[in-house]
Design a protein around this ligand. Structure first.
Ligand code: 5GP
Length: 128
């Protein structure tokens, strides 16, 4: 079943300027802004401006220009926030929660960039 994009989701409203955000970076096809409830000293959300529900949707249907722009924006966000290990930073985690099992809350693709502290294990052990 093809993805159906809900243009009333909170990130669509941010992209339309209906809700304010703390912008870290804006490019032709991408917006990066601070998460409203940061889980780490660095917690930035990187989103495409196009109507993509989740990462696999973006990966399969976005244009090459959008994908390149998004990927370069992720690199620039890492540089701007100082988390790049190659540049003296202490590293980061990039997370794309997707769908029900991924516990995705906002149905507009977003990549979390988290850093500034040790982030612990990738996933909990509890349910295997
Ligand atoms: P998800 O669980 O979908 O991967 O993550 C959604 C993220 O969006 C959460 O970390 C949440 O704090 C963030 N968020 C939800 N509403 C807003 C908002 O209005 N502004 C910003 N900047 N972040 C939001």
């Amino acid at each position: 079943m093809p993805y159906s994009y809900d243009d009333q989701n909170i990130f669509a409203k941010i992209l339309r300027g209906e809700i304010p955000n703390k912008t870290v970076l804006e490019t032709a096809h991408t917006l990066a802004f601070e998460d409203i409830q940061p889980q780490a000293p660095v917690h930035v959300l990187v989103i495409p401006k196009g109507p993509y529900v989740c990462y696999d949707h973006f990966a399969q249907e976005a244009s090459e220009a959008e994908i390149v722009d998004f990927t370069r924006a992720v690199g620039e966000v890492c540089r701007l926030t100082g988390v790049q290990p190659g540049e003296g930073g202490e590293g980061f985690r990039a997370i794309a929660n997707t769908g029900a099992h991924g516990v995705q809350e906002v149905p507009h693709f977003h990549l979390h960039i988290l850093g500034g502290r040790v982030l612990g294990r990738m996933v909990g052990r509890a349910q295997g």
